[in-house]
Design a protein around this ligand. Structure first.
Ligand code: BT5
Length: 252
């Protein structure tokens, strides 16, 4: 079911009232050769986060997955995750929400420590990027963007918030338009992604503990590299770069 969305961005929209996971449907389309298609659903019954976590996706949210064929090296794929986070944060800010970005992929709203996670951030949106291809070039990329739009935070896991709770309901069609137009603009200007990300980043200058399969890094987040890696100045004074990955990214 293709829906006309009045988009300026060149995406075709496949809309579902309900689907297991828009990323799974997008992966199917990607393996069939699709390009520049966005799978959009009102509700997901099997929404996925990273590392096989569950993503709550009740009716009223914006659950979207874009199929792209950017022909870039896998190392640059994380830029698309940052671009999606910036696009989601900007669209949320236009809707009146005080949204920022917590590295690597969380769109959050600052709050009290007893409300959100241990930094007080409440999570508004998350990104799940998946890809397939050779070691030197990506065949396809699926960028999944989940925004808690017109849903009650009470229906989400603890530490989550929604546009409804922060600022009242949005026109979802308009929101998706803004989101995809912002996202699309980054595709032709990859160099503009990290500067735009930095403007919204809440992580830089903060103490972080990054857990990842290779071990833990504790220190102060000082920068993000041009491939989207977080640079942490560790307590023993050394600087280390923690590369962002797609499905197996670290947490901080
Ligand atoms: C993410 O994972 O943040 C990526 C989420 C991507 C969701 C989109 S929706 C469209 C597309 N289709 C999919 O199936 N997925 C993508 P991660 O950083 O692993 O965070 C997951 C954790 O966030 C969970 O373990 C919960 O603690 C929490 N969580 C689950 N649902 C949430 C929600 N709706 N809002 C805020 N936090 C949530």
């Amino acid at each position: 079911p293709t829906v006309e969305f009045g988009l300026e961005a060149p995406f075709e929209i496949e809309y579902h009232d309900a689907v297991g996971s828009t990323n799974d449907r997008a992966r199917e389309l990607a393996t069939e050769g699709a390009e520049d298609v966005v799978v959009l659903a009102d509700e997901q019954t099997g929404g996925r986060g990273r590392l096989e976590r569950e993503w709550a996706a009740p009716s009223g949210g914006v659950w979207a997955s874009a199929v792209l064929r950017p022909g870039i090296a896998p190392l640059r794929a994380p830029l698309f995750t940052l671009a999606a986070a910036v696009a989601a944060a900007r669209a949320a800010r236009e809707a009146g929400v005080d949204a920022g970005i917590k590295w690597p992929n969380d769109v959050v709203v600052p709050g009290d420590e007893d409300d959100g996670d241990d930094t007080g951030y409440r999570k508004l949106a998350g990104i799940l990027t998946e890809m397939e291809g050779e070691t030197d070039r990506i065949e396809w990329l699926v960028v999944g963007i989940g925004v808690n739009a017109n849903v009650d935070a009470d229906d989400l896991p603890a530490g989550a918030t929604s546009i409804r709770d922060e600022a009242g309901d949005v026109d979802r069609r308009r929101f998706v338009q803004r989101l995809l137009e912002e996202f699309d603009a980054f595709r032709t200007d990859l160099d503009s992604i990290v500067p735009a990300w930095r403007e919204l980043a809440l992580t830089i200058g903060q103490r972080v503990r990054v857990d990842r399969p290779g071990g833990e890094v504790v220190g102060e987040a000082v920068d993000v590299t041009d491939t989207g890696a977080l640079v942490v100045e560790t307590d023993d004074g050394r600087e280390r770069e923690r590369e962002r990955e797609t499905v197996t990214a670290g947490d901080c």
